[in-house]
Design a protein around this ligand. Structure first.
Ligand code: ASP
Length: 314
């Protein structure tokens, strides 16, 4: 059974933004479903649509780092153990397409920073400015909160936050008080009629991240993973997802316990810090899972077997 599942990030989604997120996911599903004869094409098309929309924390709509610049991360992995990824890409918002080029045109898996930018240029992507005016406005507000010690529970006076060793704690507190800062990363997992699986994830990361920070989304086995039998895309606090190598751990549980993809995802999430992550997954037969320990996770799925799209914010 062919299936495509997409997510638009985990966190706390305000009711007024919920409808917009689901509408965006429907657009992505439609774009991906048009390519469902090939799982890789479908997953990439769905993510590309969300990157172009400017509505999610990826591609054109990416959040900004502490210096006010977007640095994009994305990864693509197929069930044939092929993978391509980029981290800290600034040259173009089309991060998933560049990740795919890394997979297809280089002997490497992950290109970072300047190397990723140069590679994107060499592959013919036009240079485009990343970052919407709404993102810039929020960036200014947040940065001012951060440097003035507001938004968290403590005061923090360092004027060069990116160099301060205590940078992460205040940011963690900020994100805890404003979990809405996190949501918006996107992902897609597809299985085609031949049982081929592909998983793709794309993100701008977390608002006010340190320059050069690498997210889980671009790391195989952390935010993005696929093998012959199962594909997964995660979202949430990247540092948690990386420490638990989340998607690979869920795949291991799936293989070892034979309880199905939903049980594997639930089991893995039960051991994680609360309010941190969400994940979508599917297996070769088109069975899917949606799991989260955040308040919301925006997702939508479509398959051959079902008449209509299934979607939710939970
Ligand atoms: N996982 C992403 C990151 O840490 C953020 C997200 O999923 O919203 O960069």
């Amino acid at each position: 059974m062919r299936r495509l599942i997409v997510h638009g990030g985990a966190g706390r989604i305000a009711p007024e933004h919920g409808a917009e997120a689901l509408e965006g996911l429907s657009g992505a599903l439609e774009a991906g479903w048009g390519e469902i004869d090939d799982a890789t094409e479908a997953a990439v098309a769905a993510v590309r649509w969300m990157e172009d929309s400017g509505k999610f924390n990826c591609g054109r709509g990416a959040v900004l780092n502490l210096q006010g610049r977007a640095e994009l991360d994305a990864a693509l992995m197929t069930g044939r153990q092929q993978a391509g990824a980029v981290s800290n890409l600034t040259y173009t918002p089309k991060a998933i397409a560049v990740a795919r080029k890394v997979m297809e045109e280089t002997p490497h898996v992950l290109l970072c920073g300047r190397g990723a930018d140069r590679f994107a240029k060499a592959m013919g992507f036009p240079r485009e400015t990343i970052g919407t005016s709404a993102r810039r406005k929020l960036y200014r507000e947040l940065r001012s909160d951060l440097v003035n010690g507001r938004g968290g529970h403590g005061r923090w006076s360092d004027r060069k936050p990116s160099r301060h060793p205590a940078w992460w704690e205040p940011l963690k507190r900020l994100v805890h008080v404003h979990p809405e800062l996190l949501h918006g990363t996107v992902g897609a997992v597809a299985v085609d009629a031949r049982g081929r699986i592909a998983a793709a994830t794309s993100t701008g990361g977390i608002f006010l991240k340190m320059e050069g920070r690498v997210s889980d989304s671009s790391l195989v086995g952390c935010g993005t993973y696929a093998d012959r039998d199962v594909g997964l895309s995660a979202t949430g606090i990247g540092e948690v997802i990386i420490r638990y190598t989340l998607t690979r751990s869920i795949a291991e549980l799936y293989h070892l316990r034979h309880e199905g993809v939903q049980a594997a995802a639930d089991r893995a999430l039960a051991t994680l810090p609360r309010d941190a992550v969400g994940v979508i997954a599917l297996d070769r037969k088109g069975r899917f899972a949606v799991a989260k320990n955040t308040k919301n996770l925006a997702w939508a799925t479509r398959s051959d077997g079902e008449r209509s799209v299934r979607q939710g914010l939970s």
